[in-house]
Design a protein around this ligand. Structure first.
Ligand code: RNT
Ligand code: ZN
Length: 418
């Protein structure tokens, strides 16, 4: 019954969009090629699997909420991710942090990690037809403090340099194993809580650390670097600011990560796409949602997300962007968080693809300002939802709100027993 309704609605939508010159079949094909990189860390509030006495996240990142049922180990986390993926149309990558290694109950410090700690992930990914991405992890460790790669203390700095080099080795090995480059993100929280004066020194140190880390060619991985406006407890100064990494990425040919939660409240992340792409070859996204001081609420269809995806499509840059997610809410069902965030990001991309781009571009050049505005407003209420439903049907995943029943069933059978 429902499928019939979806079909009918889709046929109508297809005609409505055809009138505008938009081919929904082509767009559905593009959606099939739009792969998100699901972040593993929503499943367990960024705990990871390290063996250590102090399990507080601490230094650098904060997660709030104590909703029951978080994954407690690798097996549970993998199950949860597969469950979430089964409710999201399309095929998607998985983004791992170093702290999610298979450490087999042994303490492995961050400067000791090797690819063997990720072999079981590589095998799992292969079995489950998933490509992997990677992140170095410099937060939540006894040596994290306020400064890692930008630390004037040589011993601490070298510890984190070693960690990050090893993460690049691991990423490269993952890339080789999967026959597709592994995208490795580098984010460090380094900064100052209060007024400080040695800014040039910290930034020079960070630059030198990065130079050393990136010195070795790793052909089957790609480096991306992520800035931030400020971190908890480090409110006054951020060494790795957006400007710092934009300049570094442009000069040294790195991928720039745009985390939608990492800018001033009136700054528009989507506007950065066309500002940096003339100078930077590729972008990585961390699709997220800032609320007040927090940068990591679950993604929804807000203006920020819509604008970001529309800017990518309008820039003709679909194949120059990697689409990572980065939110971690511990206060709601974590599998639902993945589903809501992923499906919302997809809907924003779908709406972006359903825009009669050329026509609007021409109207703008012809000076027909009111038509540009009018058309963009009309498009907001076009039946894009019918196209998304059809996308779900074609990918064999629940249509509309019915995915919630699956989540409830999973809670009853699995997560409520944890
Ligand atoms: C933190 C950054 C970073 C992390 C993850 C866990 O502000 O956004 O990307 O969220 O690496
Ligand atoms: Zn991020």
């Amino acid at each position: 019954m429902k499928e019939e309704l979806v079909k009918k609605a889709y046929e109508v939508a297809k005609e409505r969009y055809a009138e505008l010159g938009v081919d929904t079949e082509k767009v559905l094909q593009q959606m099939q090629d739009f792969h998100l990189s699901l972040h593993c860390w929503q499943a367990d509030d960024v705990h990871g699997f390290e063996v250590k006495e102090e399990t507080e996240l601490g230094s650098g990142l904060a997660v709030t909420g104590d909703f029951p049922g978080a994954a407690r180990n690798m097996e549970e986390l993998q199950m949860d991710i597969l469950k979430a993926k089964s409710l999201i149309p399309g095929t998607h990558r998985l983004n791992l942090h170093e702290i999610y290694g298979d450490f087999k109950g042994k303490p492995v410090d961050r400067d000791e990690v090797t690819v063997e700690h990720f072999q079981s992930w590589i095998d799992w990914a292969k079995e489950n037809n998933t490509l992997l991405d990677f992140n170095s992890s410099s937060f939540g460790h006894a040596k994290s403090g306020n400064l890692t790669l930008a630390n004037p203390d040589k011993g601490i700095r070298e510890f984190w340099i070693e960690h990050t080099k090893r993460c690049r080795e691991i990423s490269n090995a993952i890339g080789e194993a999967q026959g597709d480059p592994c995208i490795m993100n580098l984010w460090v929280h380094d900064g100052c809580k209060d007024v400080s004066v040695n800014h040039m020194m910290y930034r020079n140190i960070l630059k030198n650390s990065l130079d050393e880390i990136f010195a070795k060619e790793q052909p089957m991985m790609k480096d991306c670097i992520e800035g931030k406006v400020f971190g908890m407890g480090l409110e006054s100064f951020t060494v790795g600011s957006h400007d710092f990494y934009t300049a570094y990425a442009a000069k040294y040919n790195k991928i720039l990560t745009i985390d939608t939660g990492h800018y001033h409240p009136t700054e528009v992340p989507g506007d950065k796409v066309s500002a940096v792409l003339p100078f930077i070859k590729e972008l990585m996204l961390h699709v997220s949602r800032p609320v007040r001081w927090d940068s990591d609420h679950v993604t929804i269809m807000d203006d920020t997300t819509q604008d970001l995806f529309s800017e990518i499509v309008r820039a003709g840059a679909l194949d120059r962007v990697h689409y990572g997610l980065d939110f971690f809410d511990g206060s709601i069902n974590r599998i639902a968080a993945y589903v809501i965030g992923s499906r919302s990001a997809q809907k924003c991309m779908l709406k972006a693809l359903l825009e009669p781009q050329q026509r609007i571009a021409e109207l703008e050049l012809a000076g027909e300002g009111y038509k540009v505005l009018g058309l963009l407003e009309e498009l907001k209420a076009m039946p894009w939802q019918a196209v998304y439903d059809e996308f779900c049907v074609r990918n064999n995943v629940p249509v509309g709100e019915s995915w919630m029943q699956d989540v409830d069933a999973y809670v009853a059978a699995v997560t409520s027993k944890r």
